[in-house]
Design a protein around this ligand. Sequence first.
Ligand code: UDP
Length: 236
Amino acid sequence: MKYKRILLKLSGEALMGERQYGIDPQRLKEYAQEIKEVVAKNIEVAIVIGGGNIFRGVAGELNGMDRVQGDHMGMLATCINGLALQSALEDEGLQTRLQTAIEIKEIAEPYIKRKANRHLEKGRVVIFGAGTGNPYFTTDTAAVLRAIEINADAILKGTRVDGIYTSDPEKDKNATKFHSITFKDVIEKGLKVMDMTAFTLSEENELPIIVFDMNKTGNLLKLLSGEQIGTVVNNQ
Ligand code: UDP
């Protein structure tokens, strides 16, 4: 296997499936099954999940809400998704822990790096909820931060597109895909992979980012088995 420990970033929107809002139980189940296959190969899996399917702080601000208040709601939304994912993973027979950056200790463990490491060593899937615990950040930044903290080999960003393209493949049919690209080239070409805070944190800490299509069955395992799936962003 290519990597021993991964951090998987799933957006909240991915959980919507075909819906306009909330969580699609079928999509959740499919993700849980994909993750189960990876755990069966003794890969240690940590997950950061977004909250965009429920609430985004920016949306609150547009409607006149205080931004920080909105971000608190967004962070709680990631916890709701985390609980849903935890339940789906447990239905597949996996052992899991949800650790949150904001204490809700009756529901989830607080984030403690050493505990997270221990859970991962024991083969438990660790879900990190509540982002970084701070307003004005995104769950992409939380994903990079946690990946660095737990020494993950790479961050895998599961999206609807199967990698990074020269331009938006949903709009431009001549767009071509990169199999790999450097952090520097992503910036020079003005491509969008993650928000800049997340991206530079990854670059500075030499953490590879792999963008891939999580909705294609078997892709996650194929990628980890060394098949050329998605696009790798790294320093070479
Ligand atoms: N959020 C935050 N701090 C963080 C992570 C997230 O305040 O460290 C809030 C923010 O309001 C954000 C929302 O939680 O809009 C949901 O996260 P995100 O937009 O990253 O979710 P995704 O786009 O991955 O679904």
